[in-house]
Design a protein. Structure first.
Length: 172
């Protein structure tokens, strides 16, 4: 009788896990832009760049699962200090950070919520990226590379598994 009870408990556990998995978000989407190179110096101490992130999937994006990130990597010989911000022109959500000592901190990332209420079909998130030298002297060159990344999950399985995407268009 113990063998049957143990097997029954194991079967119930398996069915419970399978049921939980089947009702949760099933299509995870992600995307990363190409790297973009910037150089900030005394002549060009700031840059404002617009971009569009597009999620395209044949299902609804689950609430609270979408995010867009901006990652910055400084050159090894970067001079000065940097402030950068990622803002959604669609929702107004904004996030920024500072790199005060470029030799001590070579990378940073900020992220904002995105793609709320999207799907099925394509949905755009308009973005503004701002990069500003914050050192007063503006001596030397602050070189950097940045990229955008995005992720989201759907509420239900897309009709064709793997049929969704997140892509980026960056204007320079």
């Amino acid at each position: 009788m113990k063998v049957i009870r143990t097997a029954g408990v194991g079967t119930m556990f398996f069915l419970g896990v399978a049921g939980s998995i089947a009702t949760g978000p099933v299509a995870d989407l992600s995307g990363v832009s190409d790297d973009v190179r910037l150089t900030l110096d005394a002549d060009t101490p700031s840059e404002r760049i617009t971009a569009v992130a597009t999620v395209d999937v044949d299902a609804v994006i689950a609430s609270g699962t979408g995010q867009i990130g901006l990652s910055v990597t400084l050159d090894n010989d970067a001079e000065g200090s940097l402030s950068f911000t990622l803002t959604s022109g669609t929702t107004g959500s904004t996030q920024g950070t500072d790199i005060v000592d470029t030799q001590a901190q070579g990378t940073a990332r900020v992220g904002i919520d995105a793609f709320e209420g999207c799907g099925p079909g394509p949905c755009d998130e308009e973005l503004v990226l701002e990069f500003n030298r914050t050192d007063v002297a503006l001596d030397g060159v602050l070189g950097l590379t940045f990229s955008l990344d995005g992720l989201a999950s759907t509420e239900t399985e897309a009709p064709e598994q793997g049929s969704g995407s997140i892509t980026f268009s960056i204007d320079r």
